[in-house]
Design a protein around this ligand. Structure first.
Ligand SMILES: Cc1cc2nc3c(=O)[nH]c(=O)nc-3n(C[C@H](O)[C@H](O)[C@H](O)COP(=O)(O)OP(=O)(O)OC[C@H]3O[C@@H](n4cnc5c(N)ncnc54)[C@H](O)[C@@H]3O)c2cc1C
Length: 419
Protein backbone atom coordinates (compact mmCIF):
# COMPACT_ATOMS: atom_id res chain seq x y z
CA UNK A 1 0.00 0.00 0.00
CA UNK A 2 1.24 3.47 -0.85
CA UNK A 3 0.59 4.80 2.67
CA UNK A 4 2.56 7.38 4.55
CA UNK A 5 3.99 4.12 5.42
CA UNK A 6 6.63 3.29 7.83
CA UNK A 7 4.89 5.75 10.14
CA UNK A 8 3.94 2.65 12.08
CA UNK A 9 0.51 4.16 12.55
CA UNK A 10 -2.23 1.68 11.65
CA UNK A 11 -4.54 4.45 10.48
CA UNK A 12 -2.16 6.82 8.66
CA UNK A 13 -0.53 3.86 6.92
CA UNK A 14 -3.80 3.46 4.97
CA UNK A 15 -3.52 6.90 3.37
CA UNK A 16 -1.10 8.47 0.95
CA UNK A 17 1.05 11.42 1.93
CA UNK A 18 -0.76 13.97 -0.25
CA UNK A 19 -4.20 13.04 1.13
CA UNK A 20 -2.93 13.47 4.68
CA UNK A 21 -1.26 16.79 3.89
CA UNK A 22 -4.41 18.19 2.27
CA UNK A 23 -6.61 16.83 5.06
CA UNK A 24 -4.44 18.53 7.69
CA UNK A 25 -4.87 21.88 5.92
CA UNK A 26 -8.65 21.58 6.04
CA UNK A 27 -8.91 20.04 9.50
CA UNK A 28 -11.81 21.18 11.66
CA UNK A 29 -13.17 20.52 15.15
CA UNK A 30 -14.64 17.17 16.09
CA UNK A 31 -16.26 15.81 19.21
CA UNK A 32 -16.23 12.08 19.90
CA UNK A 33 -18.77 10.83 22.42
CA UNK A 34 -17.90 7.46 23.98
CA UNK A 35 -14.29 6.58 24.65
CA UNK A 36 -14.15 2.80 24.26
CA UNK A 37 -12.63 1.05 21.25
CA UNK A 38 -14.65 2.80 18.52
CA UNK A 39 -14.33 6.24 20.13
CA UNK A 40 -10.61 5.88 20.79
CA UNK A 41 -10.04 4.78 17.19
CA UNK A 42 -12.02 7.79 15.91
CA UNK A 43 -10.13 10.21 18.17
CA UNK A 44 -6.81 8.66 17.20
CA UNK A 45 -7.50 8.81 13.46
CA UNK A 46 -8.99 12.31 13.38
CA UNK A 47 -6.20 13.76 15.48
CA UNK A 48 -3.71 12.11 13.10
CA UNK A 49 -5.43 14.15 10.37
CA UNK A 50 -4.81 17.33 12.33
CA UNK A 51 -8.33 17.73 13.70
CA UNK A 52 -8.94 19.43 17.01
CA UNK A 53 -10.65 16.57 18.87
CA UNK A 54 -12.50 16.47 22.17
CA UNK A 55 -13.37 13.03 23.55
CA UNK A 56 -16.04 12.51 26.21
CA UNK A 57 -16.16 9.23 28.12
CA UNK A 58 -18.80 8.68 30.78
CA UNK A 59 -16.63 6.47 32.97
CA UNK A 60 -13.21 7.16 34.46
CA UNK A 61 -10.51 5.14 32.75
CA UNK A 62 -8.86 4.44 36.11
CA UNK A 63 -12.05 2.79 37.35
CA UNK A 64 -13.50 1.36 34.16
CA UNK A 65 -14.42 -2.31 34.50
CA UNK A 66 -14.73 -3.78 31.03
CA UNK A 67 -14.84 -7.54 30.92
CA UNK A 68 -16.46 -7.83 27.53
CA UNK A 69 -14.82 -7.70 24.16
CA UNK A 70 -11.55 -8.98 25.51
CA UNK A 71 -10.60 -11.12 22.51
CA UNK A 72 -9.18 -8.68 20.00
CA UNK A 73 -8.64 -10.50 16.75
CA UNK A 74 -7.04 -7.70 14.72
CA UNK A 75 -4.62 -6.17 17.19
CA UNK A 76 -2.42 -4.54 14.54
CA UNK A 77 -5.13 -1.88 14.09
CA UNK A 78 -4.50 -0.72 17.65
CA UNK A 79 -1.48 1.61 17.93
CA UNK A 80 -0.07 0.21 21.17
CA UNK A 81 2.80 -2.17 22.01
CA UNK A 82 1.40 -5.69 22.36
CA UNK A 83 2.64 -6.29 25.89
CA UNK A 84 0.86 -7.07 29.17
CA UNK A 85 1.60 -3.51 30.41
CA UNK A 86 -0.65 -2.32 27.61
CA UNK A 87 -3.30 -4.96 28.37
CA UNK A 88 -2.33 -7.57 25.76
CA UNK A 89 -2.23 -10.56 28.11
CA UNK A 90 -2.16 -13.67 25.91
CA UNK A 91 -1.53 -14.21 22.22
CA UNK A 92 -3.50 -17.43 21.57
CA UNK A 93 -2.20 -19.38 18.59
CA UNK A 94 -5.75 -20.60 17.95
CA UNK A 95 -9.37 -20.15 18.87
CA UNK A 96 -11.17 -23.45 19.26
CA UNK A 97 -14.92 -23.65 18.71
CA UNK A 98 -16.83 -26.76 19.82
CA UNK A 99 -20.44 -27.50 18.98
CA UNK A 100 -22.28 -29.87 21.33
CA UNK A 101 -25.69 -31.46 20.95
CA UNK A 102 -26.79 -30.04 24.31
CA UNK A 103 -25.83 -28.81 27.74
CA UNK A 104 -26.45 -32.00 29.71
CA UNK A 105 -24.14 -34.83 30.74
CA UNK A 106 -25.23 -36.97 27.76
CA UNK A 107 -24.25 -34.38 25.16
CA UNK A 108 -22.01 -35.33 22.28
CA UNK A 109 -19.67 -33.33 20.09
CA UNK A 110 -21.43 -32.32 16.86
CA UNK A 111 -18.53 -30.48 15.28
CA UNK A 112 -15.38 -28.55 15.98
CA UNK A 113 -13.38 -25.81 14.31
CA UNK A 114 -9.86 -24.64 15.09
CA UNK A 115 -9.11 -21.14 13.90
CA UNK A 116 -5.49 -20.03 13.81
CA UNK A 117 -4.91 -16.50 14.95
CA UNK A 118 -2.19 -14.40 13.32
CA UNK A 119 -2.98 -11.22 15.16
CA UNK A 120 -5.35 -12.00 18.02
CA UNK A 121 -4.91 -11.33 21.72
CA UNK A 122 -6.86 -11.99 24.86
CA UNK A 123 -6.67 -8.66 26.64
CA UNK A 124 -7.37 -6.85 29.83
CA UNK A 125 -9.55 -4.47 27.92
CA UNK A 126 -9.74 -1.82 30.62
CA UNK A 127 -5.94 -1.55 30.44
CA UNK A 128 -5.95 -1.35 26.62
CA UNK A 129 -8.50 1.45 26.75
CA UNK A 130 -6.69 3.36 29.50
CA UNK A 131 -3.39 3.17 27.65
CA UNK A 132 -4.94 4.19 24.33
CA UNK A 133 -6.66 7.13 26.02
CA UNK A 134 -3.29 8.23 27.44
CA UNK A 135 -1.78 7.96 23.99
CA UNK A 136 -4.45 10.06 22.26
CA UNK A 137 -4.17 12.64 25.06
CA UNK A 138 -0.41 12.80 24.44
CA UNK A 139 -1.21 13.40 20.76
CA UNK A 140 -3.29 16.46 21.69
CA UNK A 141 -6.84 15.09 22.05
CA UNK A 142 -8.76 16.76 24.87
CA UNK A 143 -9.78 13.60 26.78
CA UNK A 144 -12.55 14.21 29.30
CA UNK A 145 -13.32 11.04 31.23
CA UNK A 146 -15.92 10.77 33.96
CA UNK A 147 -17.87 13.09 31.64
CA UNK A 148 -21.17 11.62 30.49
CA UNK A 149 -22.86 13.63 27.76
CA UNK A 150 -26.56 14.40 28.20
CA UNK A 151 -29.05 14.24 25.35
CA UNK A 152 -29.37 18.04 25.39
CA UNK A 153 -25.60 18.56 25.27
CA UNK A 154 -25.35 16.02 22.47
CA UNK A 155 -27.94 17.87 20.38
CA UNK A 156 -26.04 21.13 20.93
CA UNK A 157 -22.77 19.60 19.71
CA UNK A 158 -24.03 19.83 16.13
CA UNK A 159 -23.92 23.64 16.45
CA UNK A 160 -20.47 23.68 18.04
CA UNK A 161 -18.49 21.16 16.01
CA UNK A 162 -17.83 20.34 12.36
CA UNK A 163 -18.24 16.63 13.08
CA UNK A 164 -19.96 14.68 15.87
CA UNK A 165 -18.93 11.04 16.26
CA UNK A 166 -21.35 8.90 18.23
CA UNK A 167 -19.34 6.01 19.69
CA UNK A 168 -21.58 5.38 22.69
CA UNK A 169 -22.30 1.71 21.99
CA UNK A 170 -25.86 0.41 22.13
CA UNK A 171 -28.39 1.86 22.44
CA UNK A 172 -26.56 4.86 21.05
CA UNK A 173 -26.91 8.39 22.36
CA UNK A 174 -28.27 9.35 18.94
CA UNK A 175 -31.13 6.87 19.34
CA UNK A 176 -31.81 8.15 22.85
CA UNK A 177 -31.71 11.81 21.77
CA UNK A 178 -34.07 11.05 18.89
CA UNK A 179 -36.28 8.88 21.14
CA UNK A 180 -35.83 6.00 18.73
CA UNK A 181 -34.51 3.27 20.99
CA UNK A 182 -37.34 1.14 19.55
CA UNK A 183 -35.13 0.71 16.49
CA UNK A 184 -33.34 -2.04 18.39
CA UNK A 185 -34.71 -5.49 17.59
CA UNK A 186 -34.13 -7.90 20.45
CA UNK A 187 -31.13 -8.29 22.67
CA UNK A 188 -28.66 -10.77 24.02
CA UNK A 189 -27.81 -10.99 27.71
CA UNK A 190 -24.32 -12.04 28.73
CA UNK A 191 -22.65 -12.76 32.06
CA UNK A 192 -18.93 -12.93 32.49
CA UNK A 193 -16.12 -12.63 34.98
CA UNK A 194 -12.37 -12.85 35.35
CA UNK A 195 -11.52 -15.96 37.38
CA UNK A 196 -8.39 -17.48 38.86
CA UNK A 197 -7.69 -21.20 38.66
CA UNK A 198 -5.79 -23.84 36.79
CA UNK A 199 -6.04 -23.07 33.07
CA UNK A 200 -2.87 -24.92 32.13
CA UNK A 201 -4.84 -27.35 29.96
CA UNK A 202 -6.66 -24.62 28.06
CA UNK A 203 -3.91 -21.97 27.90
CA UNK A 204 -2.91 -20.44 25.50
CA UNK A 205 -5.87 -21.41 23.28
CA UNK A 206 -9.13 -19.46 23.49
CA UNK A 207 -12.32 -21.57 23.68
CA UNK A 208 -15.90 -20.97 22.55
CA UNK A 209 -18.69 -23.51 23.09
CA UNK A 210 -22.08 -23.83 21.43
CA UNK A 211 -24.29 -26.16 23.47
CA UNK A 212 -27.54 -26.09 21.53
CA UNK A 213 -29.17 -23.12 23.17
CA UNK A 214 -29.46 -19.76 21.49
CA UNK A 215 -26.17 -18.41 22.77
CA UNK A 216 -22.72 -19.63 23.71
CA UNK A 217 -20.16 -19.74 26.47
CA UNK A 218 -16.44 -19.04 26.42
CA UNK A 219 -13.16 -19.34 28.30
CA UNK A 220 -10.46 -16.91 27.24
CA UNK A 221 -7.29 -17.67 29.24
CA UNK A 222 -5.11 -14.67 30.04
CA UNK A 223 -2.43 -16.86 31.61
CA UNK A 224 -2.18 -20.39 32.99
CA UNK A 225 -3.90 -19.20 36.15
CA UNK A 226 -6.37 -16.53 34.97
CA UNK A 227 -9.15 -16.35 32.40
CA UNK A 228 -12.27 -14.51 31.39
CA UNK A 229 -15.23 -16.90 31.32
CA UNK A 230 -18.72 -16.04 30.19
CA UNK A 231 -22.05 -17.09 28.76
CA UNK A 232 -24.75 -15.34 26.75
CA UNK A 233 -28.32 -16.03 25.65
CA UNK A 234 -30.59 -14.39 23.11
CA UNK A 235 -33.78 -12.72 24.21
CA UNK A 236 -36.65 -15.17 24.56
CA UNK A 237 -34.34 -18.00 25.58
CA UNK A 238 -33.07 -16.52 28.85
CA UNK A 239 -32.82 -18.90 31.82
CA UNK A 240 -34.87 -18.11 34.94
CA UNK A 241 -31.77 -17.51 37.03
CA UNK A 242 -28.83 -16.16 35.00
CA UNK A 243 -26.21 -16.67 37.68
CA UNK A 244 -27.22 -20.27 38.38
CA UNK A 245 -27.06 -21.02 34.66
CA UNK A 246 -23.60 -19.43 34.50
CA UNK A 247 -22.45 -21.57 37.44
CA UNK A 248 -23.82 -24.70 35.73
CA UNK A 249 -21.96 -23.85 32.51
CA UNK A 250 -18.69 -23.38 34.40
CA UNK A 251 -19.16 -26.65 36.28
CA UNK A 252 -19.98 -28.79 33.25
CA UNK A 253 -17.05 -27.33 31.33
CA UNK A 254 -14.55 -27.64 34.18
CA UNK A 255 -13.99 -23.89 34.66
CA UNK A 256 -13.69 -22.18 38.07
CA UNK A 257 -17.00 -20.74 39.25
CA UNK A 258 -16.87 -16.95 39.69
CA UNK A 259 -18.32 -15.18 42.72
CA UNK A 260 -21.62 -13.53 42.08
CA UNK A 261 -20.06 -10.18 43.09
CA UNK A 262 -17.34 -10.52 40.43
CA UNK A 263 -19.85 -11.29 37.69
CA UNK A 264 -20.76 -8.62 35.16
CA UNK A 265 -24.05 -8.59 33.29
CA UNK A 266 -24.31 -6.95 29.87
CA UNK A 267 -27.11 -6.70 27.41
CA UNK A 268 -26.31 -6.48 23.74
CA UNK A 269 -29.20 -4.94 21.80
CA UNK A 270 -29.42 -5.65 18.06
CA UNK A 271 -29.73 -3.10 15.27
CA UNK A 272 -30.04 -0.70 13.54
CA UNK A 273 -27.24 -2.18 11.52
CA UNK A 274 -26.34 -1.03 8.04
CA UNK A 275 -29.25 1.37 7.79
CA UNK A 276 -27.89 4.25 5.72
CA UNK A 277 -30.15 6.85 7.28
CA UNK A 278 -28.82 6.03 10.72
CA UNK A 279 -25.09 5.71 10.25
CA UNK A 280 -24.74 9.30 8.99
CA UNK A 281 -26.99 12.29 9.55
CA UNK A 282 -25.77 14.98 7.13
CA UNK A 283 -28.00 17.67 8.61
CA UNK A 284 -26.58 17.34 12.12
CA UNK A 285 -23.21 15.98 10.94
CA UNK A 286 -23.48 13.01 13.29
CA UNK A 287 -21.78 9.74 12.32
CA UNK A 288 -22.23 6.54 14.27
CA UNK A 289 -19.36 4.11 14.63
CA UNK A 290 -18.91 0.72 16.33
CA UNK A 291 -21.79 -0.67 18.34
CA UNK A 292 -23.61 2.65 18.05
CA UNK A 293 -23.90 1.80 14.36
CA UNK A 294 -25.00 -1.74 15.33
CA UNK A 295 -22.30 -3.54 13.40
CA UNK A 296 -21.03 -6.22 15.80
CA UNK A 297 -21.22 -9.64 14.18
CA UNK A 298 -24.65 -11.23 14.63
CA UNK A 299 -23.29 -14.73 14.95
CA UNK A 300 -19.90 -14.53 16.65
CA UNK A 301 -20.72 -11.45 18.74
CA UNK A 302 -17.32 -10.01 17.81
CA UNK A 303 -17.37 -6.25 17.52
CA UNK A 304 -13.95 -4.78 18.30
CA UNK A 305 -12.33 -5.01 14.89
CA UNK A 306 -15.62 -3.86 13.32
CA UNK A 307 -15.69 -0.89 15.71
CA UNK A 308 -12.12 0.18 14.98
CA UNK A 309 -12.53 -0.33 11.26
CA UNK A 310 -15.72 1.75 11.10
CA UNK A 311 -13.92 4.64 12.81
CA UNK A 312 -10.90 4.39 10.51
CA UNK A 313 -13.23 4.23 7.52
CA UNK A 314 -15.06 7.35 8.66
CA UNK A 315 -11.77 9.22 9.17
CA UNK A 316 -10.41 8.10 5.80
CA UNK A 317 -13.52 9.44 4.07
CA UNK A 318 -13.15 12.70 6.01
CA UNK A 319 -9.58 12.91 4.69
CA UNK A 320 -10.81 12.26 1.15
CA UNK A 321 -13.65 14.81 1.49
CA UNK A 322 -16.17 12.01 0.94
CA UNK A 323 -17.87 11.78 4.29
CA UNK A 324 -21.26 11.50 2.57
CA UNK A 325 -20.11 8.13 1.24
CA UNK A 326 -19.72 6.73 4.77
CA UNK A 327 -23.09 4.89 4.93
CA UNK A 328 -22.60 3.32 1.51
CA UNK A 329 -19.00 2.30 2.12
CA UNK A 330 -19.81 0.91 5.56
CA UNK A 331 -22.68 -1.04 4.07
CA UNK A 332 -20.49 -2.46 1.28
CA UNK A 333 -17.75 -3.44 3.74
CA UNK A 334 -20.11 -5.12 6.19
CA UNK A 335 -22.79 -6.60 3.92
CA UNK A 336 -21.25 -10.00 3.17
CA UNK A 337 -20.09 -10.51 6.73
CA UNK A 338 -23.57 -9.70 7.86
CA UNK A 339 -25.19 -12.05 5.38
CA UNK A 340 -23.07 -15.00 6.43
CA UNK A 341 -23.62 -14.31 10.13
CA UNK A 342 -27.36 -13.96 9.61
CA UNK A 343 -27.64 -17.27 7.77
CA UNK A 344 -25.41 -19.27 10.13
CA UNK A 345 -27.26 -17.89 13.13
CA UNK A 346 -30.31 -19.68 11.72
CA UNK A 347 -28.74 -23.05 12.63
CA UNK A 348 -28.52 -21.89 16.22
CA UNK A 349 -32.04 -20.48 16.25
CA UNK A 350 -33.40 -23.68 14.75
CA UNK A 351 -31.61 -25.93 17.28
CA UNK A 352 -29.55 -27.71 14.61
CA UNK A 353 -26.17 -28.54 16.14
CA UNK A 354 -25.59 -30.99 13.29
CA UNK A 355 -25.70 -28.11 10.77
CA UNK A 356 -23.69 -25.76 12.97
CA UNK A 357 -21.16 -28.50 13.71
CA UNK A 358 -20.88 -29.20 9.97
CA UNK A 359 -20.28 -25.52 9.28
CA UNK A 360 -17.52 -25.41 11.93
CA UNK A 361 -15.85 -28.50 10.48
CA UNK A 362 -16.00 -26.96 7.01
CA UNK A 363 -14.53 -23.58 7.93
CA UNK A 364 -11.95 -24.89 10.40
CA UNK A 365 -8.43 -23.65 9.60
CA UNK A 366 -9.37 -20.15 8.43
CA UNK A 367 -7.79 -17.33 10.44
CA UNK A 368 -10.07 -16.28 13.30
CA UNK A 369 -10.28 -12.71 12.05
CA UNK A 370 -11.02 -13.80 8.48
CA UNK A 371 -13.64 -16.42 9.30
CA UNK A 372 -16.33 -13.84 9.88
CA UNK A 373 -14.77 -10.65 8.46
CA UNK A 374 -13.82 -12.07 5.03
CA UNK A 375 -16.81 -14.32 4.28
CA UNK A 376 -15.54 -15.37 0.85
CA UNK A 377 -13.14 -17.78 2.56
CA UNK A 378 -15.90 -19.42 4.57
CA UNK A 379 -18.30 -19.50 1.63
CA UNK A 380 -15.75 -21.18 -0.64
CA UNK A 381 -15.22 -23.88 2.02
CA UNK A 382 -18.97 -24.43 2.36
CA UNK A 383 -19.36 -24.79 -1.39
CA UNK A 384 -16.98 -27.76 -1.24
CA UNK A 385 -19.33 -29.66 1.13
CA UNK A 386 -22.27 -30.96 -0.95
CA UNK A 387 -23.81 -32.98 1.90
CA UNK A 388 -23.82 -29.98 4.19
CA UNK A 389 -25.19 -27.76 1.43
CA UNK A 390 -28.01 -30.24 0.86
CA UNK A 391 -28.86 -30.09 4.58
CA UNK A 392 -28.85 -26.30 4.47
CA UNK A 393 -31.07 -26.25 1.40
CA UNK A 394 -33.53 -28.70 2.99
CA UNK A 395 -33.96 -26.51 6.07
CA UNK A 396 -36.78 -23.98 5.81
CA UNK A 397 -35.26 -21.53 8.32
CA UNK A 398 -31.96 -21.50 6.51
CA UNK A 399 -33.66 -21.00 3.15
CA UNK A 400 -35.73 -18.08 4.33
CA UNK A 401 -32.73 -16.53 6.08
CA UNK A 402 -30.76 -16.82 2.87
CA UNK A 403 -33.48 -14.97 0.97
CA UNK A 404 -33.74 -12.31 3.70
CA UNK A 405 -29.99 -11.86 3.73
CA UNK A 406 -29.68 -11.48 -0.02
CA UNK A 407 -32.60 -9.07 -0.23
CA UNK A 408 -31.13 -7.04 2.64
CA UNK A 409 -34.17 -7.78 4.74
CA UNK A 410 -32.29 -7.39 8.01
CA UNK A 411 -34.02 -7.04 11.31
CA UNK A 412 -33.93 -3.23 11.17
CA UNK A 413 -36.45 -3.24 8.36
CA UNK A 414 -38.97 -4.81 10.67
CA UNK A 415 -38.68 -2.56 13.68
CA UNK A 416 -40.67 0.54 14.46
CA UNK A 417 -39.71 3.67 12.60
CA UNK A 418 -37.33 1.96 10.21
CA UNK A 419 -36.87 3.16 6.71
C1 LIG B 1 -20.21 -10.02 27.10
C2 LIG B 1 -19.63 -9.57 25.80
C3 LIG B 1 -18.51 -10.19 25.27
C4 LIG B 1 -17.95 -9.75 24.06
N1 LIG B 1 -16.81 -10.35 23.61
C5 LIG B 1 -16.19 -9.85 22.51
C6 LIG B 1 -14.92 -10.35 22.11
O1 LIG B 1 -14.34 -11.22 22.76
N2 LIG B 1 -14.34 -9.82 21.00
C7 LIG B 1 -14.91 -8.81 20.30
O2 LIG B 1 -14.34 -8.36 19.29
N3 LIG B 1 -16.12 -8.30 20.67
C8 LIG B 1 -16.76 -8.79 21.76
N4 LIG B 1 -17.94 -8.24 22.18
C9 LIG B 1 -18.49 -7.10 21.43
C10 LIG B 1 -17.72 -5.84 21.79
O3 LIG B 1 -17.61 -5.73 23.19
C11 LIG B 1 -18.42 -4.60 21.21
O4 LIG B 1 -18.70 -4.80 19.86
C12 LIG B 1 -17.49 -3.40 21.39
O5 LIG B 1 -17.32 -3.13 22.76
C13 LIG B 1 -18.02 -2.17 20.68
O6 LIG B 1 -17.18 -1.08 21.00
P1 LIG B 1 -17.74 0.41 21.00
O7 LIG B 1 -16.59 1.28 21.35
O8 LIG B 1 -18.48 0.66 19.75
O9 LIG B 1 -18.86 0.45 22.15
P2 LIG B 1 -18.79 0.17 23.72
O10 LIG B 1 -17.69 -0.79 24.03
O11 LIG B 1 -20.17 -0.16 24.13
O12 LIG B 1 -18.38 1.56 24.34
C14 LIG B 1 -19.24 2.65 24.41
C15 LIG B 1 -18.59 3.68 25.34
O13 LIG B 1 -19.38 4.86 25.35
C16 LIG B 1 -19.47 5.32 26.68
N5 LIG B 1 -20.72 6.10 26.77
C17 LIG B 1 -21.99 5.63 26.64
N6 LIG B 1 -22.87 6.63 26.76
C18 LIG B 1 -22.14 7.76 26.96
C19 LIG B 1 -22.49 9.13 27.16
N7 LIG B 1 -23.76 9.53 27.19
N8 LIG B 1 -21.48 10.02 27.32
C20 LIG B 1 -20.17 9.63 27.28
N9 LIG B 1 -19.81 8.34 27.14
C21 LIG B 1 -20.77 7.42 26.96
C22 LIG B 1 -19.48 4.05 27.53
O14 LIG B 1 -19.10 4.32 28.87
C23 LIG B 1 -18.46 3.19 26.77
O15 LIG B 1 -17.15 3.41 27.23
C24 LIG B 1 -18.54 -8.68 23.37
C25 LIG B 1 -19.69 -8.06 23.88
C26 LIG B 1 -20.21 -8.49 25.10
C27 LIG B 1 -21.40 -7.76 25.69
Amino acid sequence: MNGIGGSGDPFLDRLDRETVRAARERAGRAVVVGGAMAGLAAAHALSGLGWDVTLHERQRYEEKRVNCGEAMTDASSIPLPKTPEYGFANRPPEFEVRVYTGDTAGRTLAGRGVFPSRDGYVTDRNVVERRWAERVADAGVDVRDGAGVTKAAFRAFSEEYDLVVDATGQPSLTSKAERRTGEYAGRMTALNADVEGDFSELYPRAHILFENYLGYSWAFPKSETRANVGIGWAEGTLPKNYYEAFVAACERNGWPVPDRSATNVYTIPRGPSLDHSRTWDPRRRVARVGDAAGIANRFTGKGISQAVESSYLLARLVAEERIGDYPGELYRRMRDEYRLAYVVRGALEDGRPDILGGVMDAVSGIDVEDVDREPRYAVSRLLRRPVLLAKLAANRTMRSRLVDAYTDDWEYRRVAGSS
